[in-house]
Write a protein that binds this ligand. Structure first.
Ligand code: HEC
Ligand code: HEC
Length: 351
């Protein structure tokens, strides 16, 4: 293999031969046994029928900083839809400039994860959406204060009425979470990989196809499979070899905090890899900025294998084919505040 890269006279020919040899004829079939293309319509969610009114309300709430106690922090602050659905920070900055404990995952395609958060502690997106509102380091608000804020703006009341007709009490914390879930269900990003799975051979480059082949042959796909190329199950981070303590900080034991089972120490949800090229830095600690480095670390920690540089390049080429197209999200015009809207809190609560 080394010769292919050092023989100056025939690099192109050699590369082509390598490509042809290493892409199996039944690549699509094999891939379809492990991965699933994104659906072409907005996915349904349990106990929350999705309507256009709910999506529109959820979008407004997602972008509204008045959901936070300070009036500064919106969901979009940390899950910026213009930058891959995350904040590109090591760990997030929230209320009062506090630094949170973990890296923010993307909200794009999050609907397809088995459960939400790095440790899967929220069963679904509606359960998840209630977390950040109340987290002291994120939005530092209370459900009561949030509902009071929303009820103080007649436009919001009108939108909740339209989104939840037939319910006695419409402006509620539950309905806030359901509207956000409906909006998030639309944040689906079809990528070249989907086009390939759906039958378009030209959608992926030869390098990307070799990378996909390698991704399955090496066993990456045993943890990163399904619709989100991950997000489907829980595995020890460091199943073969423990990562360095800066990448796997000792105090965050992952899923252990959810299940309290000894075998869940340092177990995390296999990261969903769609749009991973846009969501650096990597891992729950956010300590790795470079995608090639993240892939090499997976080789040693999860496979017990020192990946060759050209293997890492091909795997990254495949990961690039997971960068999708965001639906057009027009920035919403939000309801105006009134005399009864609670005033923002600028001091850090509890201090
Ligand atoms: C201060 C930054 C911050 C704010 C504000 C914030 N989030 Fe997050 N979000 C995070 C972090 C950090 C995590 C990961 C936390 C963990 O796993 O313990 C996360 C996780 C998530 C996830 C789970 C994704 C996955 O792959 O598991 C979703 C969905 C999400 N947030 C949506 C929202 C919504 C909706 C809002 C607004 C109501 C919001 N976030 C507000 C930082 C933030
Ligand atoms: C045994 C299961 C397992 C295997 C095999 C595995 N991974 Fe992972 N992967 C994980 C887990 C768990 C995480 C989350 C680690 C964390 O930060 O806690 C992860 C995280 C990642 C990340 C970081 C994503 C992000 O958003 O931060 C990348 C990239 C990645 N894996 C790629 C790969 C590649 C490429 C391979 C094959 C060389 C591979 N993985 C093999 C379980 C696995």
């Amino acid at each position: 293999m080394k010769i292919l890269f050092s023989t100056m006279a025939v690099p192109l020919l050699a590369a082509t031969a390598f490509a042809a040899d290493s892409i199996p004829a039944d690549l699509r079939e094999t891939a379809l046994a492990t991965f699933k293309a994104l659906p072409s319509t907005t996915p349904a969610v349990a106990n929350n029928p999705i309507t256009l009114e709910k999506i529109a309300l959820g979008k407004a709430l997602f972008f509204d900083p008045r959901v936070s106690a300070s009036g500064v922090v919106s969901c979009n602050s940390c899950h910026n839809l213009a930058t891959g659905g995350d904040d590109n920070l090591e760990t997030s900055i929230g209320h009062g400039w506090q630094k949170g404990p973990r890296n923010a995952p993307t909200v794009l395609n999050a609907i397809f994860n088995i459960a939400q958060f790095w440790d899967g502690r929220a069963e679904d997106l509606k359960a998840q959406a209630k977390g950040p509102v109340q987290a002291g380091v994120e939005m530092a608000n209370t459900p009561g204060q949030l509902v009071a804020t929303l009820k103080s703006m007649p436009q919001y009341v009108g939108w909740f009425n339209a989104a939840f007709p037939g319910e006695a009490d419409r402006v509620t914390f539950d309905n806030f979470a359901k509207a956000i879930e409906a909006f998030e269900a639309t944040l689906v990003t079809p990528a070249p990989f989907d086009a390939f799975l759906n039958g378009d051979d030209a959608a992926m480059t030869s390098e990307q196809k070799q990378g996909l082949t390698l991704f399955m042959d090496k066993g990456c796909s045993s943890c990163h499979g399904g619709t989100n190329v991950g997000g489907e199950g829980y595995h020890p981070f460091g199943i073969v070899k423990k990562p360095n303590a800066d990448i796997l900080p000792e105090k965050d034991k992952g899923r252990f905090a959810v299940t309290h089972a000894a075998e869940d120490s340092y177990v995390f949800r296999a990261a969903p890899l769609r749009n991973v090229a846009l969501t650096a830095p990597y891992f729950h600690s956010g300590k790795v900025r470079n995608l090639k480095q993240a892939v090499a670390i997976m080789g040693t920690t999860q496979l017990g294998e020192e990946l060759k540089e050209e293997e890492v390049d091909l795997l990254v080429a495949f990961l690039n084919s997971l960068t999708g197209k965001l639906p057009e999200v027009a920035y919403p015009v939000l309801p105006a505040e009134t005399a009864t809207t609670p005033r923002p809190v600028s001091q850090i609560l509890g201090k």
